[in-house]
Design a protein around this ligand. Structure first.
Ligand code: GLA
Length: 355
């Protein structure tokens, strides 16, 4: 990150309303020469990302609401939020750490999803302006949603020309588990442009983690070879989504964790999405070991914003992460965090266009 890249970014802050208990919620606008991102302190959410298509037309490429009330009314989609303390699922909401078993809320059938009933997406984070961006902080107390240890999480959003970068860090005062990610739904055709089925995606991965009926990994790392999970070459998303393939039928589409090549902590490409109509391309790089590619199968049209209905598969998520249910799979990269350790990880969304 050079000073020159930062010099063009403008950061401003406005009110985004008040929580039912009166807590003030803010919205920050981060503007570079090529993108404008809006981030709210409610759930440290990305509200909008505006970028130009190949013809220079600017659109919002993530699903979201333009009012706080929209977010407060929607407890299902996690639009744009930082999910935690544990993004994705923990089987039966149960795990053992240092010989002690912890129970966290089962809010997804028999499993715990995205940190429980009141996850990090439902909290108002504190925020401060930083060069080219904003830093959001949340202190989750010992016992919050059943998780051990007071966890302090920082999420920094910064813009650099055509990229939005997210830097995460966390510390704890007792052994705990942590897995934070951003849950933005992208639609590179622009908000209201229909489904993402015609977009192409490349996932830089040779293996994925198959799941049981509750979408909990079985523990196996299965090859993508010869299956509709193979996105090593850029492929139209809708091409095989309805194939007679048990994993797809179970999840109602793509909703799986792909194992990225390279070591945890090393920056690598996770995915590249291409909208052929507008020419917009999104490249995702991360230091995380996995990415949950989710095709918005649970969007059911019950939420709307400004005349846009959020229907099935109108957005796709690329949740860079540690694997789901890692606390119950010692063979997966660890999500444990100990006192005195400071964990940092990063994900960057870069927007370009191709003819
Ligand atoms: C993640 C999960 C999905 C779903 C969404 C939110 O992507 O893997 O199964 O829960 O979050 O609807």
């Amino acid at each position: 990150m050079t000073m020159a890249a930062q010099a063009h970014a403008e950061v401003s802050k406005a009110s985004f309303g008040k929580m039912p208990d009166g807590t003030a919620v803010d919205i920050y606008t981060l503007k570079s020469d090529a993108i404008e991102a809006k981030i709210t302190t409610f759930g440290a959410r990305i509200v909008s990302i505006k970028t130009a298509d190949k013809a220079g037309k600017v659109d919002d490429v993530v699903l979201g609401y333009d009012t706080l009330d929209g977010y407060l009314a929607d407890k299902k989609t996690y639009f744009g939020a930082v999910v935690g303390r544990y993004g994705n699922r923990i089987a039966h909401g149960k795990f053992t750490l240092d010989g002690k078993t912890y129970q966290v809320p089962k809010n997804n059938d028999d499993n715990s999803l995205h940190g429980g009933t009141v996850g990090f997406d439902q909290h108002v984070w504190t925020a401060k302006e930083i060069p080219a961006g904003v830093e959001m902080t949340l202190v989750s107390k010992d016992g919050d949603q059943g998780y051990p240890g007071t966890l302090t999480a920082h999420v920094r959003y910064t813009v650099h020309h055509n990229a939005l970068r997210i830097d995460y860090s966390a510390t704890t005062d007792k052994d705990t588990v942590v897995n934070l990610t951003n849950h933005s739904y992208f639609n590179l055709g622009g908000l209201g442009s229909g489904t993402i089925l015609d977009e192409e995606i490349m996932l830089a991965s040779d293996k994925y983690t198959p799941t049981d009926a509750g979408l909990i990994p079985t523990g196996e790392l299965a090859t993508v070879e010869g299956t509709p999970m193979d996105f090593r070459k850029s492929t139209v998303i809708g091409k095989r989504i309805n194939d007679d393939f048990e994993q797809l039928k179970r999840a109602g589409g793509y909703d799986h964790n792909w194992v990225l090549r390279g070591a945890t902590g090393e920056t690598k490409t996770a995915a590249k999405v291409h909208d052929l109509k507008t020419g917009r391309v999104l490249t995702v790089t991360t230091t995380e070991p996995g990415v949950q590619f989710y095709t918005g199968n649970f969007l059911d049209g019950s939420f709307h914003s400004n005349g846009v209905t959020f229907s099935k598969r109108t957005g796709l998520c690329l949740e860079t992460q540690h694997f789901p249910d890692s606390p119950n799979h010692p063979s997966f990269p660890t999500t444990e965090l100990k006192p005195g350790e400071a964990r940092h990880w990063t994900t960057t969304f870069t927007f370009t266009t191709e003819k």
